[in-house]
Design a protein around this ligand. Sequence first.
Ligand SMILES: [Zn+2]
Length: 162
Amino acid sequence: MTGATLPLIGQRSLMTELKAFQAALTEAEKAFKRSEVPIGAVIVKDGKIIARAFNSTEKKKSFLAHAELIAIQKACKKLGTKYLQNCHLYISLEPCQMCRTAAQLSRISSVHYLLKSKKFGKSGIAYHPLKIKKSRSVLSEQSRHLLSSFFESRRKPKTIEG
Ligand SMILES: [Zn+2]
């Protein structure tokens, strides 16, 4: 029932939340049937579900196939924008750091989940230790130049009228 209008009693009514979580669980069941870790996500805008997705990391052989990321991509495509203001993400499980950051970058208005994730949630214990450091390479300046040139070209001087 993608696109069905949900009853609205205020922007994020309990009814909207219940329907959204039910839809997220339906997505999680789809993942379960495909032997994927059962996690589902939907995105709601104006009380209407505009995107729904389930975890597909096994099938796609990619951790980028988390339900939330797929739902965010679908919503962006549907709205024709990379930003999801006034949209709300509903997930059957607490998002991992990657999906949390994706939600932040997409400027999604709020994120709601049904269960805490001990392994990959905010206080997750299952993250692989990551070595990350800024290089002292001579190519750093080239990267800086490329970025600053790009943003300078975007900031064209405004003409003064009058
Ligand atoms: Zn995730």
